[in-house]
Design a protein around this ligand. Structure first.
Ligand code: AMP
Length: 670
């Protein structure tokens, strides 16, 4: 390929001479085959500008080129951000599983689609496109035979494994939506999601295996479905040899290798994925077929510079959006080879990721800052003992990556030769929106910054009055001024909440809920949530969700996030005990953790719990809370209005002992 960098002088020269600028044209065409049809586009940055200024033509060309349609679309987009109306590729009919499987089976049936990196190190299993298609069809037929119809929603409660991917694609094949629930969620949280999705079918496994530990997933499903009258059947696959009790509702997985794909409209629902908001119950974010798939595929191809034959290693669980878009849909739509990572970064030892990179010859590695921060502490030798020469791109997602972690990832893991792409996006955006790449191949990458908007993405920063901030070197609320195909369409059962959350705060714009800084050079850096959402190890949790669940000793609580050196943010709970309750701090912490694990999941458990400082008139002393968390002894100010005189001693102790408690509470959840 021709080198793509030319100076602005030579670009001007080419333009003024009116010649095609062959070096540039050819480079851009090789970079993106659709580009030659876009007038005036001769470089990657011009391509990006075109994707925003003429977004309809850009997405029409890309949509036609990169998806297989049963019938073509007639309208590229029908979006109105003031109304929260998002529609892409209407009139088009397609099947997502055909796009992810059949079309690759036609051209290269024996190409590896999945490499299942099982929890047991060194026991990976490969599945070709043909095998994955067969598995998907078998499962699709089982679902159809058992009455699952187009438009139904199937809940999948499984660890990251080939059958889980086949289950997602089987739903897509027969036109059912899927609702993957992270297998770390508790029975109560699972039940809440099943009920809201109105699923009549759940797919699970007998047991999960992670970090050498077994989890009783089928038992959790048994408990959850007690309060889910909609559930008629539970399909149970065997991950281990341990038999489980089967009830009349349960069906052992069986197998019929042709499954006719349903003809789906572009805007039919592909899946729901629940995520936390600042208030109320988790939101079932709805993604639809064509736009989501196209966006996942395009971002996977260009942000990571994924090429045919590469092995893509995204280590996220399929229970999160990253697992959906970059373990399953993006790589498979591109006919890629994708790794399903079932284990943890430190099992059996802290070299697990890099052992996997060496063994599976991973070319793009995509992980979370929380894991990088954790591994950094174990030392370089766990990395350097493995061959990482296959690595070409390193990705980071889920939370801001601090400079120290970024540098270590770049210098030690990538030997200083792989671009590190800090990718900003969220469940609602469907795919990556801001990342250092694609850009000119040698364009600078600033550590810890997501930097550049992707094709078709137009970020804006808003001030507190809701006005667009036009200058650089400024911070504001991050919004998107233009729709793109991957964006969420609604919240299941609550379109009003969708509008209120994302479209009313800044009319005419999609509001991300995040704050961002735009540097003097125009690069974006995400500064964190602007709402009451905590990001624990890259997983979102609403403070209200934790506060809503009271344990027997507690009358009232307030939960805040605090800076945690491994998890990014930890959960700090302040509680008011019920009258006449006398309980030791350790016991209180234990009770709170038990309750939160039961109601939500282990990752949401408070790292620290303390009694809530209130004034005698009953007001929460927030300034004290802030100072406690910031460990600012001098800033505590006047504590004489505290209702409980013993609290001031405790608060003072807390500010001093904070650091120790943090390192004691390291509990990586990635
Ligand atoms: P989720 O939808 O659960 O994936 O969470 C999305 C949220 O995670 C975003 O709104 C951000 O607050 C945060 N986030 C994701 N990626 C990044 C990143 N690269 N830098 C900073 N924050 C991020």
């Amino acid at each position: 390929m021709w080198p793509c960098v030319v100076s602005s002088f030579s670009r001007r020269l080419v333009a003024s001479l009116g010649v095609c600028g062959r070096r540039k044209c050819c480079g851009t065409a090789a970079f993106m085959p659709e580009a030659p049809a876009f007038e005036g586009v001769r470089s990657r940055s011009e391509l990006r500008d075109f994707s925003v200024s003429d977004s309809e033509r850009f997405w029409a060309a890309v949509g036609n080129q990169r998806l297989s349609w049963i019938s073509p679309f007639h309208t590229v987009q029908d979006c109105d951000l003031t109304q929260g109306r998002i529609k892409w590729f209407e009139g088009g009919k397609l099947n997502v599983s055909v796009n992810c499987l059949d079309r690759h089976v036609h051209t290269s049936p024996d190409r590896v689609a999945l490499i299942w990196e099982r929890d047991e190190q060194g026991s990976e299993v490969k599945y070709t496109y043909r095998e994955l298609l067969e598995m998907t069809c078998r499962l699709g037929n089982v679902l159809r035979r058992r009455g699952v119809k187009r438009g139904d929603c199937v809940t999948i409660y499984m660890p990251t494994c080939p059958l889980a991917v086949a289950a997602m694609l089987a739903c897509a094949r027969i036109g059912a939506a899927h609702n993957v629930v992270f297998a770390g969620f508790s029975a109560d949280a699972l039940a809440e999601r099943i009920r809201d999705a109105e699923s009549n079918t759940v797919i699970t496994v007998n047991q999960g295996v992670r970090g050498g530990k077994f989890t009783e997933l089928k038992k959790t499903v048994d408990e959850a479905v007690q309060s889910c009258p909609s559930v008629q059947q539970v399909l149970v696959a065997m991950r281990t040899d341990t038999p489980v009790v089967m009830t009349a509702r349960d069906v052992a997985m069986e197998e019929d290798v042709v499954c006719e794909p349903a003809v789906m409209n572009s805007e039919d629902v592909l899946f729901l994925l629940y995520t936390s908001g600042s208030t109320g119950k988790p939101k079932g974010i709805v993604h639809t077929q064509a736009g989501y798939l196209l966006y996942a595929a395009l971002t996977h191809r260009y942000v990571f510079s994924y090429h045919d034959g590469d092995v893509f290693g995204c280590v996220a669980d399929i229970g999160w959006i990253t697992g959906h878009s970059y373990t399953v849909y993006g790589p498979l739509a591109n006919g890629g080879t994708t790794v399903l990572f079932e284990s943890t970064p430190i099992y059996p030892d802290p070299g697990r990721y890099w052992n996997t990179v060496e063994r599976l010859k991973i070319n793009q590695f995509y992980g979370a800052p929380t894991a990088i921060r954790l591994l950094l502490k174990y030392g370089d030798h766990w990395v350097t003992k493995y061959d990482r020469s296959t690595l070409k791109t390193l990705g980071s997602v889920g939370e801001p990556i601090n400079t120290e972690a970024w540098e270590w990832y770049h210098r030690v893991v990538g030997d200083g030769r792989c671009p590190v792409v800090d990718t900003w996006w969220q469940t609602e955006t469907g795919g990556i929106c801001i990342a250092p790449r694609p850009s000119e191949p040698d364009a600078e990458i600033v550590p810890g910054m997501a930097m550049r908007p992707f094709f078709g993405i137009k970020p804006v920063l808003m001030d507190t009055e809701g006005k667009v901030l036009t200058s650089n070197n400024t911070s504001g609320a991050l919004c998107m001024a233009q729709p793109w195909p991957g964006m969420a369409r609604t919240i299941r059962n609550n379109h009003q909440r969708f509008i209120e959350t994302y479209y009313q705060p800044y009319p005419g714009y999609f509001f991300t809920g995040d704050g961002a800084y735009r540097s003097a050079q125009g690069y974006y850096q995400i500064t964190g949530r602007l709402d009451d959402v905590i990001n624990v190890s890259g997983h979102r949790i609403g403070t209200a969700e934790i506060e809503d669940n009271q344990c027997s000793a507690v009358a009232e609580s307030a939960v805040i996030g605090f800076s945690h050196d491994i998890k990014g943010e930890g959960v700090y709970a302040f509680v008011v005990l019920k009258k006449n309750i006398d309980i030791k701090e350790d016991d209180l912490s234990r009770q709170l953790n038990k309750m939160v694990s039961k109601k939500i999941a282990k990752y949401a458990c408070p790292d620290l719990a303390n009694r809530l400082p209130k004034t005698r008139s009953g007001k929460i002393m927030r300034r004290v809370l802030r100072k406690v968390v910031e460990r600012d002894l001098d800033g505590l100010g006047d504590l004489s209005t505290l209702d409980d005189p013993t609290l001031d001693v405790m608060i003072l102790e807390q500010t001093g002992s904070h650091h120790k408690s943090l390192s004691d509470s390291i509990n990586p959840l990635v």
